[in-house]
Design a binder for this molecule. Sequence first.
Ligand SMILES: C[S@@+](CC[C@H](N)C(=O)[O-])C[C@H]1O[C@@H](n2cnc3c(N)ncnc32)[C@H](O)[C@@H]1O
Length: 366
Amino acid sequence: MAKKHKTLWELEEHSLGKHLVFKSYLNAWLPILSKWHGRLLIIDGFAGPGEYCNGHVGSPIIALDAALSHRHQAVRDQEIVFYFVESDKKRLEHLKALVAEKYPALPKNFMVRYADSSFDNAVSELLDYVEEQNKRLAPCFAMIDPFGVSDTPMSIIHRILQNPRAEVYISVMYEFINRFLKSNEFAPHLDGLFGGNEWTQVQSISDRSQRKDLLYNLYKQKLKKTKATNAVHFELFKGNRHVYSIFFATQSWKGADKMKAAIWNVAPSGDFVFRGSANGELDVAEPDFTPLIDAISKEFAGRWVTPAQIARFVGSDRTNYHSSQIKKNALKPLEQEGRLIVHPDDADKRSRRFSYRNDIRFKIPA
Ligand SMILES: C[S@@+](CC[C@H](N)C(=O)[O-])C[C@H]1O[C@@H](n2cnc3c(N)ncnc32)[C@H](O)[C@@H]1O
């Protein structure tokens, strides 16, 4: 029986990457949000049954565990609403029973809500309610993880991303798009997915990778037609076969930065490759930092800058790297090669060679 029809199924190895990145990102991001805000909302729009036949846990349990066992007390004290949406009744019942069994006494600040509904209906109702009450949606992370590409209309993703501090993490089955690109019957689904029919422009492109790049860029552009300022993606493979891609959109460069850090941290151990937003495949097992050095030099050559300014650039979706990689992998080699000059007034701010405090100014000659 296909997994579509079973209550539980096996987690395939390539899907593990999605879970590891999700977990690593929540670990990094929850304390940042907890510092600033009251209630947080975690939506799992395609929650599934919460576990797999082969012993892996599902995304709702990963989210609950990330918050419950977070090393920061502020996260454990944070008010968090977990909203689990699942349209298959048996899977939802399984999830409810599993959560009740695993967490018989959840702390009062963690509230779990379930919707026995489709993702777009449940989220539309929630957003309608918030709007009717003239309230603002809490800062929200939405995990959107369907089986195909028909149930995640861009219109509903746009509605989520119009809210302050909303972020989305979406699995997109590229092969469905590619396979049905010329099918008239499937066209309305692709219109829904992309929020318009611009995707039809790639129908005549025969080069597979060019076609994919154009569709990915279109998808990211669409995500950013909201309050989201950054969109990144990575791809999951089964052997050599590209199975699906994860897109992440956020209103904060720091969110993009943390997501890329999560991908970098996880990727070497997983069966997946990170192809970043700024094009080009990254071999995270044997990383090459030349593109990072080139991007920084191109962006900042000839003017005084600080590491903090560079971090905003590198962390954003304009590079494939994250801010923790800058000092060791770009600034130090640049200075060793004599291509980085520290501002004379800031020289005494350095405690040792090749150290880069965030307020030190330096210049990369043009
Ligand atoms: C890929 S699985 C989710 C796996 C889960 N996110 C995880 O990582 O463990 C997709 C789930 O979405 C459910 N589903 C399918 N269509 C849906 C819809 N329109 N709205 C909500 N759930 C849906 C399926 O029953 C299935 O359990």
